[in-house]
Every structure is written in structure tokens, then in C-alpha cells.
Design a protein around this ligand. Sequence first.
Ligand code: ADE
Length: 238
Amino acid sequence: MNFYIMTLFPEMVSNGLAESITGRAINNNLISVNTVNIRDFAGNKYGHVDDYTYGGGAGMLMQAEPVYKAYHSIIENNNLTEKKPRVIYMTPQGTPFNQAMAEGLSKEEDIILLCGHYEGIDERVLEMIVTDNVSIGDFVLTGGELPAMMIVDAVSRLVPGVLGGEDSAVYESFYDGLLEYPQYTRPEIFMGKEVPAVLLSGHHKNIEKWRYEQSLLRTKERRPDLYEKYLKNHNLKK
Ligand code: ADE
């Protein structure tokens, strides 16, 4: 799976994703992370890619042309003319990102992520190239780089082979809409606190039942919104 990231800060993205599990996935050729510096497409020798907004108002806006040219360089240099990959613009005005979106994106072969800066990007180029507007939450960051890295991370771990254990992407928070149950490792007693006895019993049915109950309980306490949805989807009563 190939990610193409349009940004003014390519090293921020490539250095961050070169670590840990995404770094290993890159080294194993399971994913590729290709950054394109929008500044390389500035139409002036100063490398300026921003300007004042028409109509006034605070801050600067990224201009349409460098973004448009950067996009076309990705399409042309990677033989993507036919495929027309999805172009995701990272913006607080987008659809809130979630696990279902990560799963949908993990089926794509190529994804382009567009990171804005300053006050945003000229609307005309967004209308021309963007297929999806995505937000990572109701707060405003200084740029789209961290959101883009989050998306690459969340999507990459769903690509077969990226996670070590085959099923570790299944039994986890948000699988089936519930939060994950609590987990424990050695020692059996830590500062007087014991591991729940059922987990030491070796009785797999009971362990599964306990985990399911804990998932329900935790979701009800911490994410009542998800809990209500789960009950509804499974025709369960409170
Ligand atoms: N850029 C700035 N803030 C953002 C957010 N919350 N989500 C996505 N992109 C952003």
C-alpha cells in the first residue's frame, strides 16, 4: 500500500513514520510513505507558497498552484492517471476519522494525503483534487501533518503482515464497536493487587465470557455513546 503525503514539512512526516511498527512495515515493503514538498512547486525563487486572503481576515492561505502542481507530480511520477487515487485533505472541517474509515482505506492501493498549513488552502484547488475531507477531532492543530501521520498509522496496522500476531488487530478496542477488556502480565501480584483469578484458570470459555463482560462494562462506563449503539445493533436490552 502506497501513501503519498503532500506537505510543507516532509521530514516531520517521514521521520515520525520511520519509527516503530510503521518503520518496520516500510522496511519490509508492506507500505511505502512518499512525501512531496509542496514548496518545491512554488512559482517563485523565494519558495513562497502562501498569500493574503481575498476579502481580508487574519492569516495567510496556501495558494492553489503549488498544491495543484504537487498533486500532478504524484499522479504523473507514479503512473496513477488511470487509478485516480483518493485524495484526503486533513481539515478540522472534515468527517471525524474512526476505525471504520481506517478499515475502508486499508483496502486502497494508493492514498494521497494533503496537509494544509497557515489558515488553510485556496478553495479552488481543493474543489479540483480532494475526494475526502477528514478531521481527527474537534480541535484545531497548526497543520495537517500529525493528522496525516495518524491516518497512515491507523490504516497501516490493518494491512496484512504489518502487525506481528495474525489476530492482534481483531481483539482490540473498537472491534465490533466495544472497548477492549483489561489485560495483565507477570507478576501475578503487583503491590498487593492480584490478576483476576479467572485469567489464571486456563478455562477458555470462562475467560472469553469474562472478557466480553468487561468490554461491555468498560464501554458503558467510558463511552456510553458506543454502548448505546452496540445494544441497538445487537438487539440487546439494557
Ligand atoms: N488540521 C488542523 N486541525 C486538524 C484536525 N483537527 N483534523 C485534521 N486536520 C487538521
